[in-house]
Design a protein around this ligand. Structure first.
Ligand SMILES: NC(=O)c1ccc[n+]([C@@H]2O[C@H](COP(=O)([O-])OP(=O)(O)OC[C@H]3O[C@@H](n4cnc5c(N)ncnc54)[C@H](OP(=O)(O)O)[C@@H]3O)[C@@H](O)[C@H]2O)c1
Length: 257
């Protein structure tokens, strides 16, 4: 029987690949055989992430600078990735930001800034890399959403949660539209994960950290490596008949409702 989880011969680009979750997913894809490129804005973070992956699993990853909120920058990235890697089988959108403000005071320029990265930026990356995938008649797109796309919370998260709800519907809609090209589009929905995005909030609020930990049936918060299994599955031939889904490696949080 063929190893349907193998990523040998596949090329992957991970946007936000120097972030906590993106770096773990990039490492996982490389470990299972893919040639991987990571992309984001800050070169020093990309270099550090590439070095850490090299040290951890002895795999070289390529680095690309991009501002995924800027369409020209994404177009340039797509061109560079094809020039350097030849083809793109797997796109992971792990870029994202959170701006927390009270719903009553939300500054709408900040709302737009968040949506530019979390929604429009994800759509623009899907659009540019799907164009490459249609020519190959093969592609796997994995969007990093959140449990907050489907389950609300307070704490000034109206923009963030709405953006993830949009990512979930974008995932389902692109899955339908790109299916004729043999491109699957799925998402992973992490819960609170100890990454640079969350470190300060959790360190500054030990009581919040304890409460959040207790809310998860598995009794701990997530670590970035918790995303690797779902990402490798969605990137591999094991998921060829899975599209338009959000998988929740969330310690059971969404099982509660
Ligand atoms: N951590 C959590 O608790 C949690 C929970 C659920 C979902 N998520 C989601 O998981 C994804 C990854 O988050 P994370 O926790 O790994 O956060 P992170 O460590 O802050 O990583 C975010 C990444 O996004 C990149 N990025 C931000 N804006 C960008 C832009 N305009 N262009 C290109 N890259 C950009 C950042 O790189 P540069 O700043 O260098 O550009 C960074 O590499 C996000 O979509 C987040 O919403 C996180």
């Amino acid at each position: 029987m063929k190893d349907i989880f193998s990523l040998q011969g596949k090329n992957a680009i991970v946007i936000g690949g120097a972030g906590g979750i993106g770096q773990a997913i990039a490492k996982g894809l490389a470990f299972y055989g893919a040639k991987v490129g990571i992309a984001s804005r800050k070169l020093e973070n990309l270099e550090k992430a590439a070095q850490e992956i090299q040290t951890d699993i002895n795999k070289e990853v390529k680095i690309f600078q991009v501002d995924s909120a800027n369409e020209d920058s994404i177009k340039a990235l797509a061109g560079k990735v094809v020039a350097e890697m030849g083809k793109v089988d797997i796109l992971v959108n792990s870029q994202g930001i959170n701006i927390k403000q009270s719903a009553l005071e939300f500054q709408m320029d900040q709302w737009d800034a968040l949506f530019n990265v979390n929604v429009k930026g994800v759509m623009m990356c899907c659009k540019e890399f799907a164009k490459i995938m249609t020519k190959q008649n093969y592609g796997k797109i994995i969007n990093v959403s959140s449990v907050r796309g489907a389950r609300a919370c307070g704490g000034g998260n109206s923009a963030y949660n709405s953006s993830k709800g949009a990512v979930d519907m974008m995932t389902r809609t692109l899955a339908v539209e790109l299916a004729p090209f043999n491109i699957t589009v799925n998402a992973v929905g992490p819960t609170v994960t100890e990454t640079p995005m969350m470190t300060k909030l959790l360190t500054d609020n030990p009581a919040l950290k304890e409460r959040l930990t207790g809310a998860h049936p598995l009794g701990r918060l997530s670590v970035p490596e918790d995303m690797i299994g779902a990402a490798v599955f969605l990137a591999s031939d094991a998921s060829n008949y899975v599209t338009g889904q959000v998988i929740y490696p969330d310690g059971g949080l969404t099982a509660i409702g």
